[in-house]
Design a protein around this ligand. Structure first.
Ligand code: ADP
Ligand code: MG
Length: 445
């Protein structure tokens, strides 16, 4: 906000003793500091409010270089996934799970790796049937895997999502923690489907293996927007679709994607499909709006660069979607978004006791506890009664899906599977004795 003098063509302002040039250290320093505010929102520039911040050219240049290389690094990470082959090896436990699903005809066959990354691998499969219900003809199988490091990173997405509490996160053993990603992705995909967002349809969730409908045809996955090479008309159409999707996610599903970009949007049959929602969070998440602004930033940047006209500024898109009226630009805007998040979560915290009484939490936590304690017995609470006290449709749908699951006996099935949580030796043994014809129907790699 400090006034900056106007310079003439030769870069000089003022006369005589009061002369300043555009190279004046103070003015340069201030200008550098304000330019930092325009770096990408993932760049933590801190809160410069109320400080007369000045940065030397040397410091500014170093920061600029760092910001650029970080952006490139994150893009490389996204791209690397599809090409890394060393990650293709599945552990015996997962192999056995796939084997059992083929053996009991849930899947007709498994074959062909679609993507392989640090957090998950994706395979193509042909669907069979489960309990008499046909699965999608072509399926994508997402297998979650994880490392300790990744727990740390991803904790931020679970922490504060009242459906998946941090305590649960910590208490669980690693193998069970991985399953939370599948549960989250399932819950989020189901909710998105309910509100008509084009996304994969969940077919079966079995521990850390999620079977969903395949977006694509004849084993060829739909391209990501990043690689779709669309015409300008299609790109304009895609942009409109993405804005609509973001609006529905926010205002109907009450979810923030959290990793929305040209890498997690597919183009298939003239439609934009949203994938990869295991990290998506509820609007009540303490950083929900920060994540949303980052999504807006990524989306706008991609479409603008691709040459779409009338792409909104991320700040504008954010305000449009949320109905908020946050002022400013770049990091200044981001700082206000963060402040908004903070104030809102403080308010929510005050209401937490009420939140605890929500049927959803009640049933979700209950199901988690049941699983942990390996209790087989379902208690006789009447879900209908609890639901009547609630008027939130989203929670209702999820509760209902949990209830449906319980009705179909999946809870019980899962907990008996839990108990077994076989030794490695037992698994190896089972794999050794596996039926060859079934094995022939599983082609990984
Ligand atoms: P990650 O967390 O590893 O990014 P994603 O869910 O984004 O996992 O999946 C990785 C890649 O696999 C996607 O970029 C996409 O190309 C492909 N993929 C994932 N799900 C499907 C699906 N249902 N249909 C077709 N391709 C899919
Ligand atoms: Mg992805």
């Amino acid at each position: 906000d400090s006034p900056s003098p106007k310079f003439n063509k030769s870069g000089v302002s003022g006369k005589g003793k009061n002369i300043t040039t555009k190279h004046d250290a103070v003015i340069c320093g201030r200008r550098n500091a304000s330019k930092i505010m325009d770096f990408g929102p993932e760049f933590h520039s801190g809160d410069g409010e109320g400080i007369d911040m000045k940065l030397s050219n040397k410091v500014y240049n170093r920061l600029k270089m760092h910001s650029l290389s970080e952006t490139k690094r994150s893009q490389r990470l996204h791209e690397k996934k599809e090409f890394s082959t060393s990650e293709h090896v599945l552990d015996p436990r997962t192999k056995l799970l796939l084997y059992k699903m083929v053996n009991n005809e849930t899947l007709e066959s498994v074959g062909g790796s679609i993507s392989s990354g640090k957090e998950s691998v994706i395979y193509h499969a042909y669907g069979g049937s489960k309990e008499g219900v046909l699965l999608s003809h072509e399926c994508a199988i997402k297998i979650y895997k994880t490392t300790l490091n990744e727990f740390k990173n991803r904790g931020a997405y679970v922490d504060g999502d009242h459906r998946f509490s941090r305590d649960e996160f910590k208490k669980n053993n690693p193998r069970k923690v991985i399953r939370i990603w599948g549960e989250k992705e399932t819950a989020n995909l189901n909710r998105m489907k309910k509100f008509g967002i084009p996304c994969p349809a969940v077919q079966v969730l079995n521990k850390h293996v999620l079977v969903m409908s395949f977006i694509g045809k004849d084993q060829i996955p739909a391209p990501k927007l990043k690689n779709a090479h669309l015409s300008v008309e299609d790109l304009e159409d895609a942009y409109e679709q993405v804005v609509k999707i973001m609006d529905t996610m926010q205002n109907k599903c009450a979810l923030v994607h959290g990793d929305l970009s040209e890498y997690n949007l597919l183009w298939f049959e003239d439609k934009v499909w949203v994938i990869d929602v295991s990290q998506s969070v509820e609007l009540t998440h303490p950083k929900a709006m920060e994540f949303l602004f980052r999504d807006c930033y990524n989306v706008c940047k991609f479409f603008k660069k691709a040459g779409v006209h009338n792409v909104k500024e991320p700040e504008q898109l954010f305000n449009q979607i949320t109905g908020l009226n946050i002022k400013g630009k770049g990091a200044e805007f981001a700082a206000q978004v963060q402040r908004y998040d903070k104030e809102r979560s403080a308010e929510l915290l005050a209401h937490q006791i009420t939140m605890k009484e929500y049927a959803f939490d009640y049933y979700f936590e209950k199901s988690q506890q049941d699983r942990l304690l390996e209790e087989q017995e379902e208690e006789g609470e009447d879900l209908g009664e609890v639901l009547e006290e609630r008027n939130d449709p989203f929670e209702y749908f999820y509760e209902k899906s949990l209830q449906d699951k319980a009705d179909r006996g999946e809870e019980a099935e899962n907990s008996s599977e839990n108990e077994e949580d076989d030794d490695d030796e037992v698994i190896e043994e089972e794999l050794k004795n596996a039926d060859e014809r079934t094995m022939d129907r599983i082609k990984l790699g």
